[in-house]
Design a protein around this ligand. Structure first.
Ligand code: SF4
Ligand code: SF4
Length: 147
């Protein structure tokens, strides 16, 4: 009989301890997010894949096709191309492909760009079934962002 009361006591005690913890956390601010509908703001130093920066007014890429980022990349992740428009002064970027499967996020490309034309994105929601999903057309991405 005494065993029955001991079990009843310990069961009731743990029930109230559990309820106490539940009520305490109910009154605290929510620290979880409704992922994937909500995303965490990334810190300023977070490094996602690189992305092109567009001109504030025109939205056109700031890239002048100097090729320094491509040369500076130790993993050969970047391939870009540009063309000189007729009568124009400099080159216009026509393609900027990043093979993110090889990127080590070392930052050489961002450092080599003297025109402030690339930066690390805050994109951390990356998922894809195949390797090809990580080969990014950064020019297309910039255009889509501007729309
Ligand atoms: S972060 Fe480094 S590895 Fe990645 S593209 Fe830039 S230079 Fe290449
Ligand atoms: S270093 Fe900058 S300006 Fe030069 S090609 Fe790369 S992104 Fe464009």
């Amino acid at each position: 009989m005494s065993g029955y009361f001991c079990e009843l006591y310990s069961g009731t005690k743990s029930l109230f301890v559990g309820l106490g913890i539940t009520f305490r956390y109910m009154l605290k601010p929510v620290v979880t997010l409704q992922y994937p509908h909500e995303s965490l703001p990334m810190s300023a130093r977070f490094r996602g894949h690189i992305e092109l920066i567009g001109d504030e007014e025109t939205g056109a890429p700031k890239c002048v096709v100097c090729g320094m980022c491509q040369k500076g990349c130790p993993s050969n992740c970047i391939s870009l191309a540009g063309e000189k428009p007729e009568g124009g002064k400099g080159k216009v970027l026509t393609s900027y492909i990043l093979d993110f499967t090889k990127c080590s996020l070392c930052g050489q490309c961002v450092e080599s760009c003297k025109f402030g034309a690339i930066r690390f994105s805050k994109d951390y929601n990356l998922a894809g079934p195949r390797k090809e999903a990580y080969i990014f057309d950064l020019l297309k991405r910039l255009e889509e962002k501007g729309r």
